[in-house]
Design a protein around this ligand. Sequence first.
Ligand SMILES: [Zn+2]
Length: 177
Amino acid sequence: MAKPLVDILDTDSIPWIEIQTKDPSAHTIGKKILCQDGKSNARTQILSLKKGLRTQLQEAHLCSEESFTISGKIRHTSWFHPGRDGQEIITGTAFYSYRTPGHLHGPWEALEDTIILEIHTEPFTVKVNPYVWECGTCHDKVLWELNRCGNCETPKSVVQDKFRPYPDAESYEYSTG
Ligand SMILES: [Zn+2]
């Protein structure tokens, strides 16, 4: 199955759906689903993040996440580039990202009210503070459940170290579906 035809859609005509988060400020995330494959749950949606919404731990998901910032500003923590682990990056209007399956990212915080267009390939379950392995080729931190790096497809080695970013913090998952 594929996403159904959406010829023209005025997204202002769709109400926001509120999603509960684990955000310590108790903000919700507003969501508008623009297009969805009923079988796979592949989805295109708009998210509304209130200023101050933030996460406390790193996260990853099994499906890819493609996003484009329509307006606003977010502070991210990046774990991808060698030697830049933990670097903070501010993204704003017109910033784009394609996070491959299993890619570790965050925490993040909305520095302004922010609107994002987001595209998922599968049901979206967020794994918070998950176990990961580090790819020997591209150095991405990848969810332990994946046997190949989602970025460069290097196989997980049998001797690969399993580690969790915050060993003393709770690990859990939640769905934004
Ligand atoms: Zn890799």
